[in-house]
Write a protein that binds this ligand. Structure first.
Ligand code: ADP
Length: 286
């Protein structure tokens, strides 16, 4: 199929002299990933914060039980895009969204969508770990209790399973009733992953989860995510290109609110289609 092309002027993107690059529309590659196994997808997705046009027609498919990394310079729309999948942007005043977003085939902007169950299925972990000011145990059991899980035995099982999944159990099993705020930064972030998993989601969205962590804690988080992808669909926003290269199956490069290119991670980092992608991954700007 002949692929129509367009140009974007990268002037003002912060990389010095403005270059004009040819961009293959984002759905050209995405077609190759279209299959019933895609857990998350968007078509023609536009997002506006008042006058700011933050996402400009994003078409992307993200496969189930894989890690997809969203990369690109600061302010290019990665977090905004991530937040569309559990409708977190709804909480921001003045946001307007156009287009289609599906989670496991269901249009999540349809009128009859139950936001509570959507957010249970699509868990989210943020850049800054945000444990509740309560015990480790209560951090994990809080969400399930809110959604009706009862019984000490059942809750204990859930606490242990979630902490094991987040690779934190061995470090905290003897102090489950201590404050979560006494954990190290890396442990707090793994606790937040465990807390998200306790709600038994299918999908985990992570917005720069390791950007504030030391290399050892970062490695722990990455190992945890690689384990989790056997059962969960994971999307991670990262400014750390090495991290994307280490853990992601698929990488999507965003720029100025557009999806420039998406490909399997190895191809993306060794043989990108677009010159602007190559310039970004080789550190020429960003
Ligand atoms: P990235 O994650 O790539 O850094 P963002 O999605 O955070 O990019 O931001 C994309 C654009 O949307 C930027 O211009 C940013 O200033 C704007 N933006 C993000 N969040 C908000 C918000 N809550 N209110 C207004 N503008 C926002």
């Amino acid at each position: 199929m002949e692929t129509p092309q367009k140009t974007i002027d990268t002037n003002g993107a912060g990389q010095g002299a403005g270059t004009t690059v040819t961009v293959v529309p984002s759905n050209a590659r995405a077609e190759e990933y279209s299959s019933s196994d895609n857990a998350l997808a968007s078509r023609g997705l536009h997002l506006y914060y008042g006058e700011t046009h933050a996402l400009k027609g994003i078409d992307l498919d993200m496969p189930a039980r894989r890690i997809t990394a969203l990369i690109g310079p600061s302010g290019c729309g990665k977090s905004s895009y991530l937040r569309c999948f559990n409708r977190m942007n709804d909480m921001i005043d003045g946001v307007r969204v156009e287009g289609r977003v599906t989670v496991e085939g269901v249009d999540i902007f349809s009128a009859d969508i139950d936001l509570e169950s959507l957010r249970k299925r699509v868990g989210m972990v943020f850049q800054k770990s945000n444990p509740f000011p309560m015990s480790i145990r209560e951090n994990i059991s809080y969400g399930p209790r809110m959604t009706g899980v009862r019984g000490r035995g059942r809750l204990n099982d859930l606490v242990e399973r979630s902490l094991r999944q987040a690779d934190l159990w061995e470090e905290v099993r003897d102090r489950l009733d201590n404050s979560a705020l006494d954990l190290s930064g890396g442990q707090q972030q793994r606790l937040c992953i465990a807390r998200a998993l306790a709600n038994e989601p299918d999908i985990l969205l992570l917005d720069e989860p390791a950007s504030a962590l030391d290399p050892i804690s970062t490695a722990k988080i990455e190992e945890t995510l690689l384990q989790l992808k056997q059962s969960y669909t994971i999307v991670i926003v990262t400014h750390n290109l090495q991290q994307a290269a280490r853990i992601a199956d698929l990488t999507a490069f965003f720029m100025l609110g557009e999806l420039v290119e998406v490909d399997d991670t190895t191809t993306m980092f060794t043989n990108p289609k677009q010159r602007i992608t190559e310039e970004y991954i080789t550190g020429r700007f960003g």
